[in-house]
Design a protein around this ligand. Structure first.
Ligand code: F0G
Length: 363
């Protein structure tokens, strides 16, 4: 049986790692590509979701963290630092610990999901809550990395993008070709940059790993920002970004130009989705397709539904959506009823007839 060895070993010939370079891995990548039947039916397309919540720390960040931390080890780094809306900090903390390095994380005060905060602390990171937003945290992290002996592991580090491009490789390896459209949420814009790099490299070099038949196509890249944090859509930075999808609450993305290039070179788009659209997509994905994601991860789904409603999809098109983080990262949103109130569990005595009645079972 084939045992998945993590993205560096699986794709070493396509990554900037030689045979003797150190590898720090937690077995990331190789995540499920799941056929989303309900979404397919609604859109008359063939929709697949790439479930990145199945990575070791529950988000796609692990693909880029194995490469960034392995590189930091090769450089002899003792400590790493990152700014984060939560997932990067969880991933950096885990991989730094596995590498025996110290990790400092800068997060916006009060705006990161509890699951992510818990992870950073569990893995022993030094966590600073900065009196500012993500963009302030990233500025601060960059300054620290310039002046102190600490490696920056945000996606401005090119090794992060290298690792994350393997998501595109896996999609093509499973489907045999690129999809027509690839949807994903956009925050700091590292992931859309990375997927586009992966797709274009595969198309240029030909072939999927381990199988013949060159991949010659690239997809249209459809990125979606939250409406309250949509600088690329607006064409200017947003000073006070706001969205319940805290992971993508970013007003001045570091990879802005690269995201615009991915959009334009692929014939794609960067759009925005409201928090209401995000929550509706979040609910649809969990209740109809069986995939539980965090709110930010539903932005790509919300975007696809929005564009379908606008008549921009052709029936039968093949669509892949990267759902970036696990629902357990930020589970509170599932407990909100459609009317905005809290979902209350039904209490029953230890009695079969009462339980059956409450379950709506007929005798
Ligand atoms: N989805 C999730 C769950 C994320 O955590 C992020 C980014 C994105 C989407 C957007 O990806 O930044 O590459 O455009 N989270 C970063 C963090 C900012 O600090 O965890 P992007």
């Amino acid at each position: 049986a084939h045992v998945w060895r993590g993205v560096i070993e699986e794709y070493r010939d396509r990554l900037p790692f030689g045979p003797d370079d150190p590898v720090v891995t937690l077995g990331e990548g190789g995540t499920p590509l799941v056929r989303a039947h309900a979404l397919s039916e609604r859109t008359s397309c063939e929709v697949w979701v790439k479930v990145e919540g199945c990575n070791p720390t529950g988000s796609f960040k692990d693909r880029g963290m194995t490469t960034a931390i392995s590189r930091a080890r090769a450089l002899g780094a003792r400590a790493v630092i990152c700014a984060s809306t939560g997932n990067t900090s969880a991933s950096a903390a885990a991989y730094a610990t596995a590498a025996g390095m110290a990790c400092g994380v800068l997060v916006p005060e009060g705006k990161i999901a509890l699951g992510k905060l818990s992870q950073a602390i569990a893995h022993g990171a030094t966590l600073l809550q900065v009196e500012g937003n993500f963009d302030d945290c990233l500025d601060l992290a960059r300054k620290l990395a310039e002046s102190y002996p600490v490696e920056l592991v945000n996606s401005v580090n090119p090794y992060r993008i290298e690792g994350q491009k393997t998501g595109a490789f896996e999609v093509v390896d499973v489907l045999g070709d690129a999809p027509d459209i690839h949807c994903l949420p956009v925050g700091n814009a590292g992931n859309i940059t990375a997927y586009w790099k992966g797709y274009t490299e595969y198309a240029r070099d030909g072939g999927t790993s381990g199988s013949p038949g060159p991949a010659t196509r690239t997809p249209r890249m459809w990125g979606f920002q939250a409406a309250g944090a949509a600088p690329i859509v607006l064409g200017h930075p947003v000073d006070q970004p706001e969205t319940l999808a805290t992971a993508i609450r970013i007003g001045n993305p570091a990879s802005w130009q690269q995201a615009v290039a991915a959009r334009d070179e692929s014939g794609g788009l960067v759009g925005s989705v409201t928090d209401e659209e995000i929550l509706a997509a979040h609910r649809l994905l969990s209740s109809e397709d069986g995939v539980f994601v965090e709110p930010a991860s539903a932005a790509g789904v919300a975007g696809l539904l929005q564009r379908h409603a606008a008549g921009e999809l052709d029936p039968g098109q093949r669509v892949v959506i990267t759902v970036t983080g696990h629902g357990l990262k930020d589970p509170q949103w599932a407990l909100r009823a459609a009317d905005g109130g809290d979902v209350q569990p039904v209490r029953v005595p230890v009695d079969a007839m009462t339980a059956a009645g409450a379950l709506g079972l007929e005798g």
